[in-house]
Design a protein around this ligand. Structure first.
Ligand SMILES: NC(=O)c1ccc[n+]([C@@H]2O[C@H](COP(=O)([O-])OP(=O)(O)OC[C@H]3O[C@@H](n4cnc5c(N)ncnc54)[C@H](O)[C@@H]3O)[C@@H](O)[C@H]2O)c1
Length: 313
């Protein structure tokens, strides 16, 4: 199998991630079989895809009419057998429930052609954990997208120690072909790369708040107006090379002993979850939210991601 053999991709689960994954594959010219458990979920996915294409066309990131043509490549079905029929690659994006994922991978293994690659978009389950129910662990790979998939270029391709190089390469090459920025994670590890970095940041910022060193507002200001602004343009290694490795060494020697190093979820986060303060969805998280202010933030983030997307063009 090489990437040129791929003609049809099936996407299982048409929610937040699945609809965006399907959208980009269709935009790349691939036939897509999109599956979910209800017709309503599939109809909602098509509405979302159409809206996203319209936004990309308005912003000049997609030629006029290309979206409608791409939608013609997406075939929806509540019957998983129909969605995967003839698929060269299946990307699973159902809810984060291991038992459900195992059930689906068992079916995929039994029903797909022997050469079909089976991928999971799971954020927390490593491909080896899911491949156990299949007779093709060498063809099981992680393809971890970031939300919203159609505005975030990164896809982490995760190899278990049984995933073949060829399988991982096909997944990687396909992402290059449709304009994503894939990165190969050579050995599976919890959180892969992106979420490990994010978790290290969360541990530190929650500790800073717990210790009364800064408020969440101040920390957001530091990140938005300081380090985050640079990181949108250049990576941490590039930025280090731009300054001095000796300076970085001196900073690390001074700081490392005082950095947060706890292995338990910080109390401040646990308390908020226990009190039902879950963020925009519950009206309160680290800030107070109304439906309007929550929507404003979503729109602000999407607009900025679109502008940054134009840099890549
Ligand atoms: N949300 C994120 O930011 C994000 C980022 C990267 C990866 N992921 C991963 O993507 C996966 C999906 O997350 P999401 O945020 O899109 O969730 P979601 O709840 O928005 O969508 C999941 C979809 O799966 C469908 N589903 C449930 N059971 C099914 C079944 N048996 N067959 C087919 N479809 C079924 C649901 O109806 C729903 O539409 C998870 O594994 C998650 O870890 C999420």
């Amino acid at each position: 199998m090489n990437v040129d053999k791929i003609q049809k991709v099936a996407v299982i689960g048409a929610g937040l991630m699945g609809h965006g994954i399907a959208q980009e594959l269709a935009q790349g010219g691939y036939e897509v079989g999109l599956n979910d458990v209800t017709d309503e979920a599939l109809e909602k996915a098509i509405v979302r895809i159409r809206d996203n294409y319209a936004m990309l066309e308005r912003e000049g990131l997609l030629s006029q009419g290309k979206g409608e043509k791409a939608i013609g490549l997406v075939q929806t079905s509540v019957d998983i057998g129909v969605a995967i029929d003839g698929a060269d690659l299946v990307i699973e994006a159902v809810v984060e429930d291991l038992a459900l994922k195992l059930d689906i991978f068992g079916k995929l293994d039994a029903w797909c052609e022997p050469q079909t690659i089976l991928a999971t978009n799971s954020s927390s389950y490593m491909p080896s954990k899911i491949a156990v129910v299949t007779d093709r662990p060498e063809k099981v790979v992680g393809m971890h997208y970031f939300n919203p998939p159609f505005l975030m270029p990164l896809v982490e391709i995760i190899k278990s120690d049984q995933t073949s190089d060829q399988t991982a390469q096909v997944a990687y090459d396909l992402m290059v072909k449709i304009g994503k920025s894939p990165v190969m994670v050579q050995k599976e590890i919890p959180g892969f790369i992106g979420n490990r970095i994010q978790a290290a940041v969360w541990r530190e910022i929650l500790w800073l708040v717990e210790e009364g060193i800064a408020t969440p507002q101040d920390i957001d200001t530091v990140v938005k107006t300081g380090l985050g602004r640079r990181l949108a343009v250049a990576g941490p290694f590039e930025l280090t090379d731009l300054t001095s490795l000796a300076m970085k060494q001196a900073i690390m020697e001074e700081l490392l002993p005082s950095l947060a190093s706890g292995q338990k979820v910080p109390v401040i986060l646990k308390e908020k979850v226990e009190e039902g303060e879950l963020g925009i969805r519950s009206g309160k998280g680290f800030y107070e939210w109304t439906p309007e202010s929550g929507e404003d933030l979503r729109t602000r983030v999407a607009k900025a991601l679109i502008e940054i997307g134009k840099w890549d063009q």
